[in-house]
Design a protein around this ligand. Structure first.
Ligand code: ZN
Length: 262
């Protein structure tokens, strides 16, 4: 069994919290010894730190405001994130970025919150955990403007095209791959592109409870994705890279440790 680290778990989500001990045990049984809990709002970032306290050595967290929550950004948000990020369990700023797919928050609010968090990651010298959907052009513009003063960046849940991948690699970003690659309809392009990601820039994640791999057998009756399914994603990524599962697991684990300073 390969040891793995899941870089993106929305562990504060209700569908995972209701069976937290089971989720954590099944992850361990599957070799997923560590994970980064994604903070998506001030409140969930606080909860993420609490969860890290309950599972020392197994959990770290990110701290930030997701583009969906960008309209909640106010004059205190930057100071609140900075205070939370002082906790040693917080290893990255985010989830932040732009999502013009649903525009749960207006684009202008998303850009303001993103820029504020770019500034925070730069001034705190912390890695950046990014989300981008249907906003590639503007996202790259903003990221490029800050690249010189930022450390490691991951564009998590990459589902975009070759042009976007090239832009991210040119900015020396890490690329987070989820079970999207297991989707026999939507994942076809990603199945081609995953072989083009340099080994030292590839990270694995479930994005649980979202994105249950469509080819998982048997599927859980709950339809809830969880970190225990990361080995399944690993196997699919290895297949499409024509790389050995063991070799890919080892390099992704090493990349995760380096990225989050573990
Ligand atoms: Zn995301």
């Amino acid at each position: 069994m390969n040891e793995l680290f899941d870089i993106g778990v929305n562990l504060t989500n209700k569908s995972l919290m209701r069976d937290l001990e089971g989720i954590m045990q099944r992850a361990l049984d599957a070799g997923v010894t560590g994970m980064a809990v994604t903070g998506t709002s001030i409140e969930s970032s606080q909860q993420a730190i609490e969860l890290c306290r309950s599972y020392p050595g197994r959990l770290v967290s990110t701290c930030g405001v997701h583009p969906h929550h960008a309209s909640e950004w106010d004059a205190d948000s930057a100071a609140q994130i900075e205070a939370l990020a002082a906790d040693e369990r917080v290893r990255a700023i985010g989830e932040t970025g732009l999502d013009f797919n649903r525009n749960y928050s207006p684009p202008a609010a998303q850009e303001f919150a993103f820029e504020s968090q770019l500034e925070l990651a730069a001034s705190l010298e912390m890695p950046l955990f990014c989300h981008q959907r249907d906003a590639h052009r503007r996202f790259v513009e903003m990221l490029t403007a800050f690249r010189h003063c930022l450390g490691p960046i991951v564009v998590h849940c990459f589902t975009d095209n070759r042009e976007a991948l090239t832009d991210y690699l040119d900015l020396d970003c890490h690329i987070g791959i989820t079970g999207w690659i297991c989707d026999e309809r939507r994942g076809l392009e990603l199945q081609q592109l995953v072989a083009e990601i340099p080994g030292e820039r590839l990270l694995l994640e479930t994005d649980a409870p979202y994105l249950l791999p469509r080819d998982l057998e048997p599927k859980p009756s709950s339809r809830v994705n969880e970190p225990a399914f990361l080995p399944h994603i690993l196997a699919r990524v290895a297949h499409h890279r024509q790389q050995s599962v063991d070799e890919l697991a080892a390099s992704c684990l090493e990349n995760s440790r380096r990225f989050f300073g573990l």
